[in-house]
Write a protein that binds this ligand. Sequence first.
Ligand code: SF4
Ligand code: SF4
Length: 295
Amino acid sequence: MNSETHSPPRSPIVPIQLGPDERFRFRCHKGIACFNKCCQNIDITLTPYDIVRMKQHLGLSSREFIDRYTVDCELDSHGMPGLKLATKPGSTECVHLTPEGCGIYSDRPSACRYYALGLVSMRRKDSPVDEDSYFVVREAHCLGHDEPVEQTVAEYRHAQGCDEYDALNREWRQIVLKKRSSGPTVGRPSPRSFELFFLASYDIDGLRAFVASKRFQDLFDLPPTLMHEIMTDDVAMMKFGFRYLRQVLFGETSIPVKSAAEQERLERVRERAKDADERARRLSEDHDRMYGSLE
Ligand code: SF4
Ligand code: SF4
């Protein structure tokens, strides 16, 4: 199984573009001769909501899930951090595959739900919304294409639970695209911006601890109802993480900064400026002394 659900499938997959109301022939079921063949050679890039669902299914913290069930990857040529679903040691087989099938089926990642479809999201220059199109992914081992069942793309996506995943991951995909192509950190992104991206994208429980910290609370003005929600609900925390990323990466202010904190920050800036003035004055005196001694 290939995780290219958000970009055109790679060879040997032959893409056939479809709209949401177009029909395609495909059916996957337990009795099929190729059952689980698609899980034996995986390359699945994970989204934030994939991780939330799987870590909840397994009763793990996000950090434990990341350590046990993912491997690092890069989402672009600048090294934007990504995570792939792990395979079994020395194998290309998914770590969640059991003799009975997928061990986390009800919470399987978006890429597994989409298969044998691929999704491509694009935004026209003058449009505020993404346009999605779909591809049938044909791999030789998959016999589902020979089954006598037809459905529209929309029907298939609905049956597989893709709508919920897409809705919850859409903002993150937009952040990834924007970080790749624009924003104040365009060019050479800083290691710190990648650390924040990783924390807010994948390590929901780490982000929660960061938001609860004095450092964060001293700076940001979060209403008690929002604090309660994000401290107790992973999806709320994930969505807040996207807001936070937009604020720190692109300067899109949606989380109010405490005015007192802002005052303190300004005070620190002034203090630093005063120190710099003092250093400049001393340098100037040294300079005068030096010229004086040469004359
Ligand atoms: S998560 Fe489940 S469906 Fe997806 S590749 Fe692994 S075993 Fe297969
Ligand atoms: S029909 Fe395709 S998707 Fe279903 S089990 Fe077989 S290889 Fe996997």
